[in-house]
Every structure is written in C-alpha cells, then in structure tokens.
Design a protein around this ligand. Sequence first.
Ligand code: ADP
Ligand code: MG
Length: 245
Amino acid sequence: MCRVIAIANQKGGVGKTTTSVNLGIGLARAGKKVLLVEADAQGSMAVSLGIREPDELDATLVNIMEKVINDEDIEPGEGIIHHEEGVGFIPANIELAGLETALVNVMSREMVLRQFINNIRVDYDFILIDCMPSLGMITINALVAADSVLIPVEAAYLPVKGLQQLIKTIGRVHRKLNPMLSIMGILFTKVGRRTNFARDIAEQIREAYGNQVHIFDNCIPLSVRAAETSAEGKSIYLRAPKGIN
Ligand code: ADP
Ligand code: MG
C-alpha cells in the first residue's frame, strides 16, 4: 500500500528538500517504488535532482494541477521524470506561485493535488511531497493529499511559534479536509556536534511537544557534504557513501 508523506515546515532552509530527496532515494535503494513531488515554486528539488534551470521546464506540477482543474485527462506517467538513482520525480518552478494565486477561484481548491495523487497511488510504495516554506494553498493541497506529515526542524534556534502554527494548521486540515492525516514526527536536521545549544533546543522541543508529536531519536548532522549534494544533483548515497559525519 502506498504511503503519501508531506515534508513540511513553513520555515525555509530547515532541510525539507534535502530530506525529501535523500529519504526518497534511500527508499528506492531499499527496493521501494518512490515518487518525489515538488510543491515549491523555488524549484530546489529539481536542482537537487540535476535540473539546472527549473524555470525553463515545460512539464511541471503546474501543468498537472492545471489539467486537474480543467478536468483534462492525464496520461499514465505524464510529467514524471526518471532519475538515474531510481526515483521518479515531478519538478516545479516559479509558475507554481502563479497557480497558487489562481487557485483562489477554483472549485474545491484544496483538493486539486489530492485528485492527481489518488490516481497514481497504485503505482508507488511511497510518494513524498516536498512543501514550500509557507502555509498557503499549495501546502494545504499537499496536506490534503498526504497520509502523514514529516516535519524537519533545524535545532539551531527555538522555532516554537512556527511549530505551533504548523501543528495547528495540520490539525485543522485533519478536522476539516483530510481525516486520515497524521503527524509522523519531528526530525531534527543540521544538528551541529560541537554545540550543546542544539541539544538544549531539542530538549525544549521534546518538553513542549514530546507528548503531542513523535520526535525521531535519529537526527541529521550538520555536514558540508550534505549541503554539497544539493548543488551537485546527486544524493548523499553517491556523494558520501560512508556517511556524512
Ligand atoms: P528547505 O527545503 O527546508 O528550504 P533545504 O533542504 O533546501 O531546506 O536546505 C537548506 C540549505 O541547507 C541547503 O543549502 C542545503 O544544502 C543545506 N543543508 C541541508 N541539510 C544539511 C545538513 N545536514 N548539513 C548542512 N547543510 C545542509
Ligand atoms: Mg525546499
């Protein structure tokens, strides 16, 4: 059975895209059928997967969502690019920002992505949706399309307000639009080894949210090599096969 996971946090730079790409490729290496969907106008997932100029792409998530809105047929496999490391992906670019604005006038505007995802679930074990750094209509579409949400948190400062807002939004989507939605957990990213600071913040988040939200014991270390992968269009498995520590 396919699991659809939205990777979300309205703060930018916390590792959503890096987590989506490397988790997806990791799952593919473990033999799973994986689709990565970029729900971010920045196109950074496309870049991480080797596309140099996402804004020049003709086929993106935008075309697919437009077809859903206009009740047009979508061919099997349409818009899906195959990456050499074993995942399929649907990139996005700056046009997604325009679509977000246009969605205001669309009937069932929160359901557009879900309609598409539900039709392709049968083809995959995992569909990971890399969200944009906002809680706007495209992110709501991702939360409505997903079964669960993975929340990367950069433990370099105390993001309590933002986290509260995110968890509240997820709760609202759960109650009003997608009763199947659950929170998988908080994943600490970019954790520096030398500072107690990150550990203190992680501890505070555990205290504040630990009985409400699962917090993964494993965390992602801060690593230059992790940062380099995004620029090179390769996963961490190719870039640093022995690990990033
Ligand atoms: P988001 O999608 O949340 O905006 P990204 O995944 O794009 O975040 O990461 C933001 C920046 O941090 C990128 O330049 C990326 O290369 C870098 N980065 C991500 N993970 C790590 C890590 N574990 N260590 C160091 N740098 C990282
Ligand atoms: Mg991103």
